[in-house]
Every structure is written in structure tokens, then in C-alpha cells.
Design a protein around this ligand. Structure first.
Ligand SMILES: [Zn+2]
Length: 677
């Protein structure tokens, strides 16, 4: 058994907050595993960070009119805080825009380049002539050849789920300009994955049939059966890690090249801060590398990244890649764009101090072998019947009765009581389940111990025997105290907040797993315990109704709103608005601008002065149609030169349903120079 555990959790994508699907399918199981390995006294590095490159971030930035950096700065902070609030115990949570990550991923690329592991290929790629940019597949929309969906992307149709290439789309259009893209030659560097087929086959197909999850094994097998093709490791894009080669201007590393290297660069950041050697974790056979991921990331973690590491030559391969299926919400697929989710940061605010309830509920319905479902009713039942009714009830009775009868001092009991074996049994079961990535079974083993304790008290009835058989009552509460402390110890990986409270309540320190499994007595006769503290409280129907109503509202607003409308921009303050000087004005003259098909030059009476404004409306209006129109002008916009003409202000315009520009005008004629606001 390896002494070190290098545990990674899939890098969350920094274009939105984290929801319960992410938590149930990656982060909570990974955290349970990492905490458990620490209790086994392994040297653990539990590493994660925000994935901040890639096309969806640039698309979102364009839509919101901000920079990609603005987007990732915002979500990195939200995601990081959610993880910390929910007790996800990363040793390092960094981001792929960190300086270190640029260095490490560029160095990785250069190593492969110098070892001649890449092939150079010239390919034809779609190019937007107006925007002067190569178009990533995601930037091309058109009609799906399989289902006829008009909004299919160049890489995938989200309606029918089929994988596409841009050339398959019917009527492809650039999302940047709306124009038809043209094909243009470009050079990129490819990793010939086909050359790694034998290696992957021997390592995974022959080597891990029995210990890897069937969904992971099956997907890898099917990829290998289909045969692997060279895959481009660079892209023509301006957001990402620049390709470290002299002839690679305007090219960045493929996001799935740089993102997994993030695990390595973040480990280096952690190691530097903590006096560790990162190579012990990544380049030493005495280390177990384990990737926690969702099922959509299997190919990247079981084929592409291993091929990259193999090509590099210095790295160990993962010993396991536990991939989870998806979690649905109220029987519907979780969707960020439809806001159909329970967001981690909202949960933390709306259920203060109840992080362990979410951890427990999500673990007990973790989508381990098939997609699973989260419902608020089920969440309530798990809290009220299991956490409050069994676990909390048992602990509370033990603590209260020991205070009531023995002033908080653990009474005397038989140290060879057969019931004590239940504690070591639970510890052994949990160990066995967690080593096989069976989180739900492990959680059940913990809850079964609480159930056992609860039943034991119910049968023994120390509140009755205390009168006529005080020795029996003492023994019962001695045994019950052992079980309660056993729960305090074994619940830590699953419910760290409650475990901490419990250890304090029983005034004991944390043991490692070996000690729990071997020590007979976890709390001695004569030990003083602290007053009982409430661990869990009942969740009322109103609380659950409120959450269900919130989802109903989402459903309603999804129906009503314009699906094509861009998301709201970042909130501004009233002071920001008052800086804007909007006025009514009238167009006095209008003429075409030479050699500019789209522009008209206006003179405008703003009430304050008469000034020149250039506007891109020539495709929607003739000059004659504009003269005499009352419009709205942004008066204090800094003057800009457009085609040599100084434009002093901006006329407000919007689009009608056909895409034609229309002026924003007051709904009755008013004086010029009147302020708008
Ligand atoms: Zn389709």
C-alpha cells in the first residue's frame, strides 16, 4: 500500500457557481475520501482549482460585455468560498490563470515538443473575416443534420446530444458577426493518441478490469475499440496559456491540455508553501494518484491526460479514476443556463450551520453507478428521520442522561460488553467501502451504528433501571457512551462539522482509524463530558415549501422570458448611473460616410449644442428616413474618431425581431436637451 495519496477533484469551470450536482458527483465524495485517507495517516495532497480557460468563458464574457478575466475572477471567488463553507478540505485550491500554472503547463508542452512527441498539422479551419478571428467549434452555430435543431453548435447538438464537427452543420454561421465563416489554413500541434493505444490497452483494459468502476472501464474500452486519432493540443484563440513556440502567435494550449496539468502546478504551489517535494506525489511509485471526476470527463482523465503523462515520461499513472454519474433535481436534469439547480452558495446562506445535512443528503443519494435524483422532500426526510430522529436523538439522550444521573461523568460498565464490537465492525466496514469508492454503503455503515445505539438505549431503558438496578443503568450508559464517541470518530469524513462538535461534547480528541478499530474503550469511566449541544434540528415544511416554490418560480420565469436575451450585466450603483448624461435630441441632417457601408453622419440638436455624431445604422435607414427624428443621445461619451470624423456622443439604438436597428425615442415629442433618468 502506498504511503502517499495524490487526490484530485475535477477542476470546476469558472463560468458559474457550484451546484449540488457537482457536489454529489465529485467534491463531497472526494472530500470524504481525502479526510478518510488522512485518518489512515497517509500523506495526503488533496488538490483542486478553478479551470479558467476555454471557449464558454470567452462566449460569456462577450455576451456580458466584460473581459474573460472579469468572469473568472468573479466565479473563482464564489466557488472557492462555497467549497470552504461546505468543509471541502482541499490542501490547495488554486486557478489556471496563476503564474505558476502558466510556467508549468508551458514547460510540459515544451518537454513534449522537444521530445518530438507532437506532429504538426496544417488544417483548414473556419475563420470570421469581419472579426478577423479563427472560430472555435463553439463559435459556429447552425442546423443539426441529425435532428434539425437550429441552435446546434459546431462541436455538439445540445438537443439530440450528437457530437458534430462544424463542417456537418447546415447553414453554419459565426456567433461573432452572424456572417458565414470561411475556411482558412492554420498550423497546430497534435498529440498522436493512436500511438498510445497499446499502452492504454495494457494498462487499463488488461490491468484494471476488476478494480475500476464499470462505467469508466466501459467507456475507455469503447474509445479504444473505435480507435484513437491525433488530437490538436493547441488552438487559435486569444484566451488561454500561450503556446511557448516562436511561430505560434495567436495560439494557446488546448484547454484540456492545460487544465489537467493544473493538478500538477497546484500541487507544486502547495508543496512550495508547505516544505514538500511535489515529485513525491507525481513521480514516485510510492504514491497513489486518484482522480475524482464526473462521467463527462472520463476520456480526458483516462486517455488524453495519461497519454500526455506517458509522452512526458516522468509521471505515474492514476491507480483509479472514480467517475460519478449525474444527479438530477426534482426529476429534471440540472442546468446552469436554465437556473435549474440548488446552488451551493445559496444553500449555505439559507441553511446556516447545516452544511452536514447537505453533505449527508447528497452522499446518501450520490450517483455512484447510475444517475440519481435529489428532491427537497427527500432532503427533509433524511434530516428529520435520520439525522434528527436517529443520530441526533441517540447522542442527545446519552449526553443528557449522563449529566442527569452522573453529573456528566461517564459511569462504570463492563469493558467486555459484546455491543462494543459494533463500533469496530462499523469502522472496518467503512474502511472497506471507502477503499472501494462505495460512499453510500460507507455512509449507511455509519448510520447503522447510530441506529444500533438508538435501539440499544430503547431496549436497556436506563431511565427505568436507574431506580431499581442502578448498576445496570450505569453499564448501559457506559456502553452507549462508547457508541456515541465511536460515532463522533467515524462520522468525521462524512460530517466534519458535527464530528467536531461531538468530540468537544464528549471532551475527547480525534483518533486515527487504526485506533478506532482496535481500541476497545473510546471513553473511560470517570471521564468528564461537556453539556449536550444540539447537533441537528428539524426542518419544517415551510422551509421545504419555500425551496420548492423557488424552483417553481424558476420554471415559470424560464417559460416567460426571452431565451435569446443575454444575461444581466454586473450590478451597478445609483452613482454609476448618474454619471451617464442621457438627453433627448433631434436629428437635423444625415448623410452617408464615404467608403463605409454601415455608417451615417448626423448633425444633432442636443438642446445643449449642435454636434456631429456617427452611427452604424446605414443598413437599416436611409439618410432621409432619419432627418427630423427625435432620438436619445448619450451626451457625455468621450469623443471618438470614426473614419476620420469625430463622433461626439452616441445615439441609443436597439434591434427589432428581424435584427434591424431601430432608434430609441420618447413616446411623445419633447423639448431637446431634456435629461433622461
Ligand atoms: Zn441535433
Amino acid at each position: 500500500m502506498s504511503e502517499r495519496k495524490m487526490i484530485t477533484a475535477a477542476l470546476p469551470y469558472a463560468n458559474g457557481p457550484v451546484h449540488i450536482g457537482h457536489l454529489a458527483g465529485v467534491y463531497i465524495p472526494a472530500d470524504v475520501y481525502a479526510r478518510f485517507q488522512r485518518r489512515l495517516e497517509k500523506e495526503v495532497a488533496f488538490i483542486c482549482g478553478s479551470d479558467e480557460h476555454g471557449i464558454p468563458i470567452t462566449i460569456r464574457a462577450k455576451k456580458e460585455g466584460v473581459t474573460p478575466q472579469d468572469i473568472v475572477d468573479k466565479y473563482h471567488e464564489i466557488i472557492k468560498k462555497s467549497f470552504s463553507d461546505l468543509g471541502i478540505s482541499f490542501d490547495e485550491y488554486s486557478r489556471t490563470t496563476s503564474k505558476k500554472h502558466y510556467e508549468v503547463s508551458q514547460d510540459f508542452f515544451s518537454t513534449l515538443y522537444n521530445k518530438r512527441k507532437f506532429t504538426e498539422e496544417i488544417s483548414e479551419q473556419y475563420f470570421d473575416e469581419q472579426a478577423n478571428e479563427f472560430l472555435a467549434d463553439r463559435y459556429i452555430v447552425g442546423t443539426c443534420p441529425n435532428c434539425g435543431n437550429d441552435g446546434a453548435y459546431g462541436d455538439q447538438c445540445e438537443k439530440c446530444g450528437s457530437t458534430l464537427s462544424p463542417s456537418e452543420l447546415i447553414n453554419p454561421k459565426s456567433m461573432l458577426s452572424g456572417n458565414v465563416p470561411v475556411l482558412k489554413e492554420t498550423k497546430n500541434w497534435y498529440l498522436p493518441l493512436n500511438e498510445y493505444e497499446n499502452f492504454l490497452n495494457e494498462w487499463i483494459i488488461l490491468g484494471h478490469k476488476d478494480d475500476w468502476k464499470p462505467n469508466v472501464y466501459g467507456q475507455v474500452k469503447s474509445w479504444l475499440n473505435d480507435g484513437l486519432k491525433p488530437r490538436a493540443m493547441t488552438r487559435d484563440l486569444n484566451w488561454g496559456v500561450p503556446v511557448p513556440l516562436p511561430d505560434a502567435d495567436g495560439k494557446v494550449l488546448y484547454v484540456w491540455f492545460d487544465a489537467p496539468i493544473g493538478y500538477i502546478s497546484f500541487t507544486q504551489e502547495w508543496a512550495e508553501k508547505n516544505g514538500k517535494n511535489w515529485k513525491d506525489y507525481w513521480q514516485n511509485e510510492n504514491s497513489d494518484l486518484v482522480h475524482f471526476i464526473g462521467k463527462d470527463n472520463i476520456v480526458f482523465h483516462c486517455i488524453i491526460f495519461p497519454a500526455m503523462m506517458k509522452a512526458h515520461g516522468d509521471y505515474i499513472m492514476p491507480t483509479n479514476v472514480p467517475a460519478f454519474e449525474f444527479l438530477n433535481l426534482e426529476n429534471d436534469k440540472i442546468s446552469t443556463s436554465r437556473n435549474w439547480a440548488v446552488w451551493a452558495h445559496e444553500y449555505v446562506e439559507e441553511f446556516p450551520g447545516q452544511q452536514d445535512v447537505l453533505r449527508y443528503a447528497l452522499l446518501s443519494s450520490a450517483p455512484e453507478t447510475k444517475d440519481n435524483n435529489f428532491t427537497w422532500k427527500d432532503f427533509q426526510t433524511k434530516n428529520n428521520s435520520e439525522l434528527v430522529g436517529i443520530f441526533g436523538n441517540f447522542i442527545n439522550r446519552v449526553a443528557v442522561l449522563i449529566h442527569k444521573y452522573y453529573n456528566g461523568i461517564v459511569p462504570e460498565g463492563e469493558v467486555n460488553a459484546p455491543e462494543l464490537a459494533e463500533i469496530t465492525k462499523a469502522a472496518a466496514e467503512i474502511k472497506n467501502f471507502l477503499e472501494n469508492f462505495e460512499f453510500r454503503n460507507a455512509l449507511s455503515a455509519m448510520m447503522n451504528l447510530a441506529r444500533f445505539g438508538n435501539q440499544y438505549l430503547q431496549t436497556e431503558e436506563p431511565w427505568k433501571t436507574i431506580k431499581d438496578h442502578p448498576e445496570k443503568a450505569a453499564h448501559s450508559l457506559f456502553v452507549a457512551a462508547q457508541i456515541a464517541v465511536g460515532l463522533a470518530q467515524i462520522s468525521e469524513p462524512f460530517m466534519p462539522f458535527s464530528s467536531e462538535k461531538l468530540l468537544k461534547m464528549f471532551n475527547v480528541s480525534q483518533l486515527n482509524w487504526k485506533e478506532i478499530a482496535s481500541e476497545k474503550i473510546l471513553i473511560k469511566t470517570g471521564h468528564q463530558i461537556n453539556p449536550a449541544e444540539l447537533l441537528f434540528s428539524k426542518i419544517e415544511d415551510e422551509t421545504i415549501e419555500f425551496q420548492i416554490q423557488k424552483l417553481e418560480n424558476t420554471k415559470e420565469s424560464n417559460k416567460k422570458t426571452n431565451p435569446k436575451a443575454n444575461p444581466m450585466k454586473d450590478e451597478i450603483q445609483f452613482d454609476d448611473f448618474t454619471k451617464i448624461d442621457l438627453r433627448t435630441a433631434t436629428i437635423l441632417t444625415a448623410e452617408k460616410v464615404e467608403k463605409a457601408d454601415k455608417l451615417l453622419k448626423f448633425t444633432v440638436d442636443t438642446g445643449v449644442d449642435v454636434r456631429t455624431v456617427v452611427s452604424g445604422v446605414a443598413e437599416s435607414f436611409t439618410p432621409e428616413q432619419c432627418v427630423g427624428k427625435q432620438v436619445m443621445i448619450l451626451l457625455n461619451l468621450a469623443p471618438r474618431k470614426i473614419r476620420g470624423i469625430e463622433s461626439q456622443g452616441m445615439l441609443l439604438l436597439t434591434n427589432n425581431a428581424d435584427g434591424k436597428l431601430v432608434f430609441v425615442t420618447p413616446d411623445e415629442t419633447v423639448e431637446n436637451g431634456v435629461e433622461i433618468g
